[in-house]
Design a protein around this ligand. Sequence first.
Ligand code: 5GP
Length: 247
Amino acid sequence: MVKDTKIYISYNQVHQLIKDAVERYQINEEFKPDLMIAIGGGGFIPARILRTFLKRANNKNIPIQAIGLSLYEDLFLPNPSNIHSNNSTSNSIKDDLANNDSLSTIGTQVIKTQWLHFGPSHATTTPLLGKNILIVDEVDDTRTTLAYAIQELTKDIEEEKRKFLQDNTENVDIKVPETKFAVFVLHNKKKEKKMELPDLSITKEGRYFAAKETPDRWLVYPWEANDIEEHTKKSLMQQKEELEEIQ
Ligand code: 5GP
């Protein structure tokens, strides 16, 4: 029989990993996030659990914004000029490709399928400026997705800076509020990465939070399981084996 090399992660493990990481990295005391940006779909559940352990700011839960990014290979779109379908997903991809010069800078592997939406009730036109933003994903594999997310968010912040300076032209001494990024992932695979995070201060200043370092094996998350009982059994068995190996 072929050996199953996948690592099965249980919901309890996810919950505990997040709790431990928030304490270990002192996220509430040091980085103090104002906003989470969850990369879909894998970052959604971790972001929601994170919120349970993050201190509320001004008596409010830390808001979660969702963005969607897809590895280009997943979509079988080897060449943008070959997209002729009329369906709306392909059209939005086409628009994105047509409007997005970043694709040429970071390579053609990742595209936006969903982006920030702050809604009409949001009071400011510069919702990212001056914030401590925690970007959340489930796994850092080749780092392509995280690098792309940060590159695109940085562009949005540059745009907000321009707006801010335009709105404050009479005040020459005004300082643009500083925005800081941090990254939270459940798992960081120990391997050579294809990309570096475009904002080097994240790693330099200790704002890269990986709840756990793992070998370069496929991780199966509980939200992907068709049979959650079976999945949890496999996970518990692996955890037991791991413990026995240590002892
Ligand atoms: P990267 O851009 O870092 O190569 O990969 C990021 C995305 O690939 C993740 O958000 C995830 O969706 C997917 N991915 C990479 N490795 C794994 C894995 O081991 N398990 C699962 N479930 N998804 C993975």
